[in-house]
Design a protein. Structure first.
Length: 202
């Protein structure tokens, strides 16, 4: 039996940072953001639907989706975001399930779904345990603006497109406070995985 863990948090709260630490422990990670990029590649059914819905204006010269442009539309307009989610999410879920099945069949003791919208999309039933990576809003804003080169206003629009992080913390089985250093974050992760008996070296 594999333990299926949902890794979630807020935008730029540190999920990928924690997922990379897990990869170092040879834990398989299924990355929803990456899958969401793959399923909108040119020629995929979701790509066609996005162009139909949002128009050719959201394309780059090479016909790939201009993610910055599409982001600035959907993060400022909830109905448009819902429309995009309806196109992309079913394909993402299907691919996540396929990958999960493969890892479970291989007998992996733990499989992690790195899923930013785990709560917003009501996907808690897909996992046995939930880890929430938490930061306070000022740290989140600072890290998001720096990483994505966004203005304060654009970064806040993205943060507010999600369930508040403190609400996610209340629903978690385990919380990693990522306001501090990377080493402090890693220590918390090791503590959680050890408690759940899924770290082979401890
Ligand atoms: C709007 C898009 C084009 C912006 O692309 P961009 O490269 O700037 O961001 P990226 O995809 O790397 O996402 C960064 C983060 O934004 C947040 N985010 C992304 N999509 C959404 C959404 N629909 N609602 C709320 N938050 C979101 C997540 O925390 C995610 O980790 C892209 O995020 C997208 O296609 N979103 C819809 C699919 C989706 O929900 N992906 C998230 C996981 S399934
Ligand atoms: N403890 C930390 N100290 C300093 N910087 C950090 C820390 N943790 C993460 N960061 C930085 O903050 C930014 C956001 O982290 P990360 O990309 O891991 O977040 P995320 O939750 O995966 O984001 P997204 O939801 O957008 O995919 C990155 O630039 C990362 O390098």
């Amino acid at each position: 039996m594999s333990l299926i863990v949902g890794l979630t948090g807020g935008i730029a709260s540190g999920k990928s940072t924690v997922a990379n630490m897990m990869r170092e422990f040879q834990i398989p990670i299924i990355d929803a953001d990456q899958i969401a990029r793959d399923v909108v590649a040119i020629g995929m059914p979701a790509y066609e639907q996005i162009v139909e819905t949002f128009g050719a204006d959201i394309l780059n010269e090479d016909k790939t989706i201009n993610r910055k442009k599409l982001g600035s539309i959907v993060f400022h307009h909830e109905p448009k975001r819902v429309q995009l989610n309806k196109i992309v999410h079913p394909a993402v879920r299907q691919e996540m399930k396929r990958q999960q099945k493969e890892y479970v069949e291989k007998g992996e003791p733990i499989v992690v779904l790195d899923l930013p919208l785990l709560f917003e999309s009501n996907l808690v039933h897909m996992v046995d345990k939930v880890i929430v990576v938490y930061v306070d809003e000022s740290t989140q804003l600072k890290r998001l603006m720096k990483r994505n080169g966004l203005s304060r206003e654009e970064a806040l629009a993205r943060i507010h497109a999600q369930m508040p992080l403190y609400e996610k913390v209340k629903k978690a089985d385990a919380v990693i406070d990522n306001n501090g250093t990377i080493v402090e974050t890693k220590d918390q992760l090791i503590h959680i995985l050890s408690k759940w008996n899924v770290l082979s070296f401890t």
